[in-house]
Design a protein around this ligand. Structure first.
Ligand code: GLU
Length: 551
């Protein structure tokens, strides 16, 4: 009796691996093209680290005319949720990233290297497992869960490595006749890989990001096909990356410790090993200590956070690119208006120690991104956000679109655009005083600054309305008239003049214009006052001034 007989008994009707090798040929791509994959479980949850992986993968595959595919790793069916795949596809799509190949939703896919869902690839894995049995590099294991648990406890009490390896691998050398007999008797079993590694031997592996790393060889006889006929992750990913002709495995370094096993699997399966690129995960700082960003502790770990806060996807992508290649920031400064796709991303420049995720920095990136949006873009994006998260803002934006557009047009589209919005949830506060009902009912105090005397304030507003206000004025004339008003009231026309002779004046033109600003907005800090006055118009201005004058 030989391995072939055992293999035929375990997998009687699978195809020869030559069938799959021919069906999924080497890809015909330009030299240097990167083929890589995003390979989540269908839990529906996408972690910000997953988005970072997609951002990097997309950039690299675009740069090299390569392929980015979405493979769903659903061999652990306990973790599945309804619509988990669609949720992943949509979450990634919301960040402007689409896949060239792979699953599109729960059942559909595109591409010639599928199926792209592991649960639909059972016969492929079984074909390769069979081939390994024929080669003498896989075998059935009849250990019961109780036996395995007993083994683990023994290993722990002896303080040695746990696992199924070396002398502990009880069924590794079971004579073939006995294995065949047990199977024919209906004894339950799973299929294990037969490792030839030795723990006391070292291998040197070159990781594209981390450089050379020395590891002990793998010696674990891991399970490759489970009792349910499905493969384990390690085995499945090796078969898939080979048949999907993946050239680069780019993933977070939590997988580094699996390298010795993955290398042995690739070699034993006679597959060309892809290039491994393990980058440091995104970190958070807590109480002065760094730790991995966590789905449980950090709201910003979930992509839903960015939707809820209204941080544009483009800003998140820019920030993640920054975490990926720290020279991105300098590139962006030098090329403020170029699309992100023009940045040359380099794996070799990725951090091996991990970058801290800093929401303040992200918001800073975001405010720059939003400052370049047109008023229409700001209107559309904030309305879309408001429809989901803020009905009051939705109503403000929808009641008079033209007016809302004019409001968003203030200090926008010029060389120094306004930067007071870093997320759509900031919008309401930044424009609320432009809307009469909100302004009327606001409980914000008038923040008059230097000039606090009520009569003086009233006099300034009255004189402005009576003598110095003309809605037709251009900005220069408007400002000159403001200076006239200042002079008339005993304030310096220029700040400089005032500074030279502070005792000769009540103050300067800036103090006077602040009175107007606060009367019109209740705030001391706003975008350009001239533009605000142009947008709110004469009637509102008079009404708001009168409100104070008549107090
Ligand atoms: N399914 C694995 C995960 O959930 C994929 C790991 C890999 O990229 O090889 O992260």
């Amino acid at each position: 009796m030989d391995n072939k007989e055992l293999a035929d008994l375990i997998f009687p009707d699978v195809k020869d691996i030559s069938y799959y090798e021919a069906k999924y040929p080497e890809r015909n791509l330009p030299e240097g093209a990167i083929v890589t994959r995003f390979a989540p479980s269908p839990t529906g949850f996408v972690h910000v680290g997953g988005i970072m992986q997609c951002v990097i993968n997309r950039q690299l595959t675009n740069q090299t005319n390569g392929v980015l595919l979405l493979r769903i790793e659903d061999t652990d069916q306990k973790r599945e949720i309804d619509n988990g795949i669609s949720q992943i596809v949509n979450s990634v799509h919301d960040f402007g990233i689409d896949f060239d190949e792979g699953m599109i939703n729960e059942t559909e896919e595109k591409g010639a290297y599928g199926p792209y869902k592991q649960s639909a690839r059972g016969e492929i894995y079984r074909a390769y497992a069979k081939w390994l049995i024929e080669k003498g590099r896989a075998y059935p294991c009849f250990a019961t869960p109780e036996e395995l648990e007993e083994m683990r406890q023994k290993q722990e009490s002896l303080k040695i490595r746990t696992g199924y390896y070396g002398v502990w691998a009880k069924y590794r050398n079971l004579p073939i006749e006995n294995a065949i007999e047990k199977i024919k008797n209906g004894e339950p079993y799973i299929v294990r890989f037969k490792s030839m590694g030795k723990e006391d031997r070292k291998i040197r592996h070159h990781d594209v990001i981390k450089g050379n790393i020395d590891f002990p060889e793998n010696d674990q006889d891991i399970v490759i096909i489970k009792a349910d006929g499905l493969p384990t992750y390690h085995f499945a990913h090796a078969v898939d990356d080979h048949l999907m002709r993946v050239t680069h495995v780019i993933r977070s370094d939590e997988w580094v410790s699996s390298i010795p096993l993955h290398l042995e699997l690739f070699q034993t399966l006679e597959f060309k090993t892809p290039k491994y690129c393990h980058y440091a995960p995104i970190l958070k700082e807590e109480d002065g200590k760094k730790r991995k960003i966590s789905k449980r502790k950090d709201p910003e770990a979930a992509v839903s956070y960015y939707h809820e806060e209204g941080i544009p996807a483009q800003a998140v992508c820019e920030y993640l690119m920054n975490i990926g290649n720290s020279n991105f920031e300098g590139w962006r400064r030098a090329n403020p208006d170029r699309p992100i796709s023009e940045f040359k991303f380099e794996l070799s420049k990725m951090s091996t120690s991990g970058a801290i995720f800093d929401v303040v920095k992200l918001l800073d990136v975001s405010k720059n991104v939003i400052s370049k949006y047109t008023k229409e873009e700001v209107y559309n994006a904030s309305l879309e956000w408001a429809k989901r998260y803020d009905d009051e803002l939705r109503e403000m934006l929808e009641r008079d679109k033209e007016y809302a557009l004019a409001v968003f047009g203030i200090e926008r589209g010029n060389v120094k655009p306004r930067k007071d919005i870093s997320k759509w949830s900031d919008v309401k506060n930044s424009i609320i005083y432009m809307f009469d009902d909100k302004f009327e009912n606001s409980d914000e105090e008038y923040e008059f600054q230097k000039i606090t005397d009520k009569d003086e304030i009233k006099k300034i507003l009255q004189s402005y309305m009576d003598k110095h206000y003309n809605p037709e004025d251009d900005k220069q004339t408007w400002f000159d008239r403001m200076k006239d008003l200042a002079e008339e009231m005993g304030y310096a026309r220029e700040v400089k003049e005032y500074k030279q002779n502070p005792d000769s004046y009540e103050g300067h033109v800036g103090d006077v214009s602040t009175v107007l600003r606060v009367a019109l907005t209740r705030r001391a800090n706003t975008p350009d006052l001239y533009e605000i006055m142009q947008v709110i118009g004469k009637d509102r201005i008079e009404k708001r001034f009168n409100k104070i004058i008549n107090q």
